[in-house]
Design a protein around this ligand. Structure first.
Ligand code: UDP
Ligand code: MG
Length: 199
């Protein structure tokens, strides 16, 4: 990267979730990030345990209630009664349920964990991933290119939405998630041949 880019080079964590690996899309998805100029500085494939994936998400009361509220909004949009669907209207209880669905999902098969480095990496990676729900994600994004599932489908089947990728959304998430998946392992330091052109 040029010296001028130094202040805006970030690192971020990406997971290729079990559906992406099982569908043979790992290479294609990694290529989306690499082509934009994001550099792989750490990469591993793991078969995570339930306990390990449970500690991937923040799991704060705010985060759990937030997941519950999103699910309640989906029910409302569809004119569905949460009591009939899941037996409660309590965002915490519903958030715990979605958390459990996510644990089932992320521990259901091998996951590829990657640390990318590059210009505005956190925002750029989120943009490439697209909106959380593939049905709403831009068609050119990763989630919008490889799926059209939605919260409606996830809630109806009582499963997490299989949206292929996870990406950290804040510097705090980057710090927690890179430490969680890579521990004290140091990312590789090297130059890509096109760095001066991309910066
Ligand atoms: N999720 C779900 N149902 C929902 C909301 C989220 O199954 O109503 C799953 C989905 O797989 C998502 C993950 O929970 O990727 C974490 O949710 P978050 O809101 O953090 O979305 P992301 O950051 O992955 O876009
Ligand atoms: Mg998130």
């Amino acid at each position: 990267m040029s010296p001028n880019a130094a202040g805006i080079v970030e690192r971020t964590l990406v997971l290729l979730k079990p559906d992406a690996v099982a569908r043979g899309l790992a290479g294609q998805i990694l290529a989306r990030f690499e082509t934009v100029g994001l550099k792989i500085v750490a990469l591993k494939m793991v078969m995570p345990t339930r306990d390990f994936v449970a500690r991937h998400y923040p799991n704060t009361p705010e985060w759990i209630a937030g997941m519950g509220k999103k699910t309640l909004e989906t029910y409302k949009d569809r004119g569905l009664d949460p009591i009939a669907e899941v037996g409660t209207t309590d965002p915490m209880k519903i958030g715990e349920m979605v958390k459990a669905w996510n644990i089932d999902y992320l521990s259901s098969g091998p996951v590829v964990a990657v640390i990318f480095e590059g210009l505005h990496a956190i925002t750029t990676v989120r943009k490439l991933c697209g909106a959380t729900m593939p049905f709403s994600a831009d068609p050119g994004s990763i989630r919008g290119s490889y799926s059209s599932t939605s919260a409606v489908v996830g809630n109806a089947t009582k499963r997490a939405v299989r949206n292929l990728v996870h990406a950290s959304s804040t510097p705090e998430e980057v710090a927690h998630e890179t430490a969680h998946w890579f521990g004290p392992e140091k990312p590789c330091v090297y130059r890509r041949a096109d760095e001066d052109i991309l910066a």
